[in-house]
Design a protein around this ligand. Sequence first.
Ligand code: ADP
Length: 327
Amino acid sequence: MAKKVTRIGVLTSGGDAPGMNAAIRAVVRTGIFHGMEVYGIMRGYQGMIEDDIMKMESRSVANIIQRGGTILKTARCKDFYEKAGRQKAYSNLKKRGINGLVVIGGDGSFRGAVKFGQEFDIACIGIAGTIDKDIYGSDFTIGFDTAVNTAIQAIDKIRDTMDAHDRIFIIEVMGRDAGYIALHSGIATGAENILIPERKTNIKDIIESLLEKERRKKLVNLIVVAEGDEFGGANEIQKILHENLPKAEIRVAILGHIQRGGSPTGLDRLIASRMGYHAVECLLEGRHNVFVGILNNKMHYIPLEKAVKNKGNIGGEWMKIVKILAS
Ligand code: ADP
């Protein structure tokens, strides 16, 4: 039986995601409710190595549930890839008697937590905080719903001008390895084509249908593309289309970082609160090296090792829906 966890650290690591604050709040307040001491670690693993750690009280997390970003800040930390860095981080936790750690981040942060938990006497629990929803084993990740809704709002606005001018618009959304933001925001805005890293795109088909529209003098078309698609993003696709439709007006909009920021949606606040609560419950039950995921609206504890990039599982049916609904 693992040692009882009485002092825990919480950190946010890797790319920020709206809803991380709600998760921090839930971890801090659930920990305090159970009589634990809770420590906030600044800038992810970097702050753990640099001993930038502070004790949190219930009031430390007041009025943050609605805020994007993360009050603990986040960072990418080279030193944590090295054993010496992780050793230093461990010493800083040990001197405070911290033996439980909640890591809120993406699959990279989870990989770091796996190593840390294997090497040292620290119970690590992950909370999936990533706008890309690219973590195996969970229907939700914190920030995804907000990012999709931000993209939808932006695309709706672009669609107005696209329709007014009869243009082709290629809109690039985030997703280097995962196409979920593109898929969800594209379907929700009635995109004619959605290009994602998980599936091959028949660009000839798209060109054919655009040429046909041109012949009918109805050349208006919305293409949503994930930044990591096989062609290399919206600008590259624009080049290919321009070569084949030299007279058409083809515009590009890259939504970029607006998708990361902003106040989290109700759904993101809710799942972050539930995950934060359950992460602490996990520690109380003596679990370690798992992350908290949601499957079919139930909490699941999944080994951190399994939380690899969830590539290639967007089935063909999704694309069929896109095609039929946009026809
Ligand atoms: P995300 O968590 O959003 O996927 P990253 O992939 O940048 O973000 O990972 C965040 C941090 O996690 C890295 O900067 C590094 O400190 C740590 N990390 C990632 N992979 C490993 C690894 N294989 N070993 C140790 N630490 C890692």
